[in-house]
Design a protein around this ligand. Structure first.
Ligand SMILES: NC(=O)C1=CN([C@@H]2O[C@H](COP(=O)(O)OP(=O)(O)OC[C@H]3O[C@@H](n4cnc5c(N)ncnc54)[C@H](OP(=O)(O)O)[C@@H]3O)[C@@H](O)[C@H]2O)C=CC1
Ligand SMILES: O=C(O)CCC(=O)C(=O)O
Ligand SMILES: [Mg+2]
Length: 742
């Protein structure tokens, strides 16, 4: 019998995964019901989160529950079993668009005040801030991460290699990074012995103290890091790179994580926009200011706001923009047909996905003529930029990787309790003037101090001790389970890493490491070591901090298996529960676009299938639910069959798409359940289902393909009409009937 605890929580999110869920979820619900497992949905979409934050602006029947907070609480409990699909981590332009859509639909939300002037506006601004950027993952990730390509996925890729662009040894592609006056190079790191409470303050040249953050609680053994990126050094660096890209005739391309690093990176992005379009900002500064143009939101903000100007003024600015394009280096394009450049929207080019895509495309990006070209990948902060240069150098020396023979680099990532950079948002500040930023403890002692200038970005990161120990333990466990070497990517010459190395060395002896190969190397050396091995078909576990976790779990899957959507992404929660992320990629905005244009959804739900199998396994083991285990084993078999029969969606309209892939999953799952011998009742039950699905294969495929080929209207992007979405995502009457009768 099911109890309330024997429940899987399944998230409703955005874009590609949102659409896919409307087709897949009815199948999952029908199958799990048979095992007495309940599936409950939780809406953590961007629009849902916005609504949850503004109940006082809504009519009673418009209010939604705060699903994210509820899930965040659940994640701390041992019974937690959450399947988390990717969601939008919104940049300002996305947030503004979502608010507009909701307002149009009759939700009386306040406008997002981009530059709050009154206290009231500031409050609204801060409330929207809760839904902005990477607002979901850090809340749910109450554990460290274990991401890897499952065996059948790897085998599939070896037999059906994805395309890999050739690499030439004279490629001009390279990474440009600051390496001085940035966060890594100015980093100061301290491990506190005792619990403390620190204050962050700015002291100006006259000794006036301004408190930036009154209180940050620290636990015993916690590591804190502080560092500053100099605005002057950044601008100078960007100017040099623009010039150098022009000289070398390569594309200028900026790669950062303005969504996840939602405070620091939009500021850096804004400087890049100002530098590239320097003449426009110098000549028309006043006008742009009056229009409220904010380059931190990308050049697109300027382009759309100048539309409000009288024709002659607009034409003048447009001519000056054109001059910047002509005189500057070519920009990497996001969409050359629509003229959308790398500098248009900060959420269009996100480093974890964008750098691997470039590396897979011979180190090239798209230029304005829709051709690929060598590129200068500008990654201002130097903390991790070196790893990408190392991959580029490796490809220049050895040519592209061969997916048919290459090994694998799974990851064990430190991320629990908002570890490291990804927890720094509320401790990141754009500095108001010349002076010092210092961190002062309860006793009144200065813990760290930095000299700063106006416009510098200062930040503090925290990493708690318990997650570090858990992470070391997880690394040892994975090394034991696989027999593969595990490498901690830590640089003894970097302040934070030096503190972590001490802890790794302290905790390793507490685990059984007998016979295991566990090493510590700087990220660049670890990259070289792993690349040499991967080329020879060998596997190497990367054990990294939070940012490298993010970068590597897109990079290696994209090189190895063509996409990070096919990753197994497990987060063993520190209090015993399980968070199962679906793949390691995002919500694939291009996919919803294609669906709206031509009714084809190329989203591959393999990540969901894999997550569901481990979620059921976890539930079965936690609650001694044998049936859940049978479902899980059968789903594993179905997943293998799905891969072997190549049932992933095609990319082209009028061919098998996401909905068709769900049909095959259901058929293989039902077949595997019918064929298993552990639970005769379940076998009997699913025998009939499998037979019906098999008998109707052609008819179902026909109905699913017939639904494609025309524009789709789901009455919205961020908050579509769900009835309509169900309708469009379940166009096969035959399939629906069979599923309803499971
Ligand atoms: N865990 C999370 O919640 C995450 C959320 N995000 C968010 O996702 C959004 C998009 O981010 P972006 O950087 O574009 O990265 P994505 O991973 O969403 O997209 C990059 C490309 O990867 C491919 N891809 C990703 N998932 C799938 C899938 N299931 N099936 C097939 N192909 C897939 C697509 O390639 P192709 O176009 O060739 O088909 C897609 O265009 C942003 O809002 C970002 O903040 C990003 C990462 C993780
Ligand atoms: O939370 C986000 O914005 C992105 C998360 C991500 O890219 C990842 O965890 O791999
Ligand atoms: Mg990522």
């Amino acid at each position: 019998m099911s109890t309330d605890k024997e429940k899987i929580f399944y998230t409703i999110t955005d874009e590609g995964p949102y659409l896919a869920t409307h087709s897949l979820l009815p199948i999952i619900e029908a199958f799990t019901k048979a095992a007495g497992v309940n599936v409950e949905t939780k809406d953590i979409s961007l629009a849902g989160r916005i609504l949850a934050n503004f109940p006082d602006y809504l009519k009673e029947d418009q209010e939604v529950s705060d699903a994210l907070t509820e899930l965040g609480e659940l994640a701390k409990k041992p019974e937690a079993n959450i399947i988390k699909l990717p969601n939008i981590s919104a940049s300002v332009p996305q947030l503004v668009a979502a608010v507009k859509e909701l307002q149009k639909k009759g939700y009386d939300l306040p406008d997002y005040p981009e530059e709050p002037e009154t206290e009231e506006e500031q409050k609204i601004h801060d409330r929207y801030g809760i839904a902005m950027g990477s607002a979901v993952n850090p809340v749910l990730r109450e554990g460290n991460s274990d991401r890897r390509a499952p065996k059948p996925v790897k085998e599939y890729a070896r037999k059906n290699p994805h395309s890999m662009g050739e690499w030439s040894s004279d490629s001009k592609t390279h990474v440009a990074t600051m390496g001085h006056d940035d966060f890594a190079s100015t980093e100061k790191s301290v491990t506190v012995d005792n619990a403390d409470d620190v204050r962050i303050e700015f002291v100006d040249e006259n000794g006036e103290v301004q408190v930036l953050k009154e209180s940050t609680q620290l636990l015993p053994g916690e590591v804190i890091d502080t560092g500053a990126m100099s605005k002057d050094a950044l601008v100078k660096f960007l100017e040099e790179q623009v010039e150098d890209a022009k000289e070398k005739d390569v594309l200028f391309s900026l790669h950062m994580k303005a969504t996840m690093m939602k405070v620091s990176d939009p500021i850096i992005f804004g400087h890049a926009v100002r530098v590239y379009f320097k003449d426009v900002f110098e000549k028309h500064g006043e006008t742009l200011k009056e229009l409220g143009v904010d380059p931190n939101n990308g050049f697109g903000d300027l382009e759309s706001k100048i539309e409000e100007l009288p024709e002659d003024k607009k034409a003048e600015i447009k001519a000056d923009i054109q001059k910047c394009y002509e005189e500057g280096p070519d920009l990497a394009m996001v969409n050359s047909y629509k003229g959308i450049t790398n500098l248009h929207v900060p959420s269009d080019v996100i480093i974890d996905a964008s750098m691997p895509a470039m590396i897979r495309t011979s180190g090239q990006m798209w230029n304005k003529d829709d051709e690929t070209q060598d590129t200068k990948a500008v990654i201002p902060e130097s903390s991790y930029a070196g790893i990408y240069q190392e991959v580029i150098d490796f490809c220049k020396e050895n040519g592209a990787f061969d997916p048919t023979t290459m090994g694998s680099v799974p990851n064990v990532g430190l991320m629990a309790k908002k570890a490291e950079e990804y927890g720094s948002h509320d401790k990141t500040f754009e500095i108001p003037g010349k002076g010092k930023v210092r961190v002062v403890n309860k006793a009144g002692d200065t813990v760290t101090e930095h000299d700063v200038e106006q416009g510098d970005i200062w930040r503090m990161c925290q990493t708690k001790d318990a997650p570090i120990k858990d992470w070391v333990g997880l690394a040892v466990r994975r090394a034991r389970e696989t027999g593969d070497p595990a490498v901690f990517w830590l640089d003894e010459d970097r302040a934070h890493d030096a503190e972590l190395i001490k802890k790794v060395n302290q905790y390793l002896p507490e685990f059984d490491t007998e016979g295991l190969d566990i090493q510590i190397m700087s990220p660049v050396k670890a990259m070289r070591f792993s690349l040499e091995r991967i080329k020879d078909g060998k596997d190497t576990i990367s054990v990294t901090g939070n940012v490298l976790r993010d970068y590597l779990t897109d990079l290696f899957p994209i090189l190895e298996v063509g996409t990070s959507a096919k990753m197994l992404s497990i987060v063993p929660l520190m209090n015993g529960g399980g968070l199962f992320e679906t793949g390691a990629g995002g919500s694939a905005p291009k996919h919803i676009q294609q669906f709206l244009d031509e009714g084809h959804l190329r989203w591959d739900s393999l990540g969901e299938f894999l997550a569901l199998a481990v979620s059921l396994e976890h539930l079965g083991k936690t609650f001694d639910n044998e049936r859940a285990l049978v479902l899980s084993e059968a789903l594993d078999e179905a997943n293998t069959e799905y891969l072997q029969n190549d049932k992933s969606p095609s990319r082209k309209v009028n061919e098998h798409d996401n909905r068709g892939s769900h049909f095959y999953l259901a058929m293989y799952w039902a077949k595997a359940l019918a064929n298993q011998t552990k639970d005769a009742e379940l076998a009997e039950h699913f025998k009939a289902v499998a037979e019906k699905l098999e008998a109707n294969e052609d008819q179902i495929n026909k109905e699913l393909i017939d639904a494609q080929g025309s524009p789709q209207d789901i009455e919205g992007y961020y908050w579509p009409n769900r009835e309509l979405v169900f309708d469009k995502m379940r166009p096969s009457k035959t399939l629906n009937e069979i599923i309803e009768n499971v």
